[in-house]
Design a protein around this ligand. Sequence first.
Ligand code: 5GP
Ligand code: ZN
Length: 143
Amino acid sequence: MECIFCSIVKKEAPSEIVFEDEDIIAFLDINPINYGHLLVLTKEHFDNFLTVPTELLQKLISRVQFLAGIVKRSTSADGFNTMTNNGTAAGQRIFHFHFHIIPRFENDFKLNLISKNYNDQEMKQIADRMKEFIEKYKGQLNG
Ligand code: 5GP
Ligand code: ZN
């Protein structure tokens, strides 16, 4: 089945596009968390955050920064969330990578996230493991 966001990019599916350039497109989320909830994505299809080429990701993020300012001003929001969901476990439903920009208003709602605690040993263990992986993969760092 065709990717719905690719269909929107090709203008084969309807959407309320508010910005586009050669590589990037932004349109309103059809089921907004708050009115003005914007989705920003590369026109080319990549599944998730890890598979977008770094240079294109930098361009995408610069557009997200610009558009977050536009969302905030145009909705008179008090703040905003930018977020990306990666993988079904993280709530990703459309596998064409996108940023969400969600305008936020004082006391609109609370994200019901429950924090955990580390003991010192657990924290150090996880940090050490990450550092091992960084050593192993740092050849992939660019930019
Ligand atoms: P995800 O959960 O993958 O991060 O987010 C997908 C988002 O795309 C959801 O917030 C959903 O409301 C939005 N969405 C799904 N289908 C369509 C569509 O056909 N048009 C638009 N404009 N938004 C869509
Ligand atoms: Zn796609």
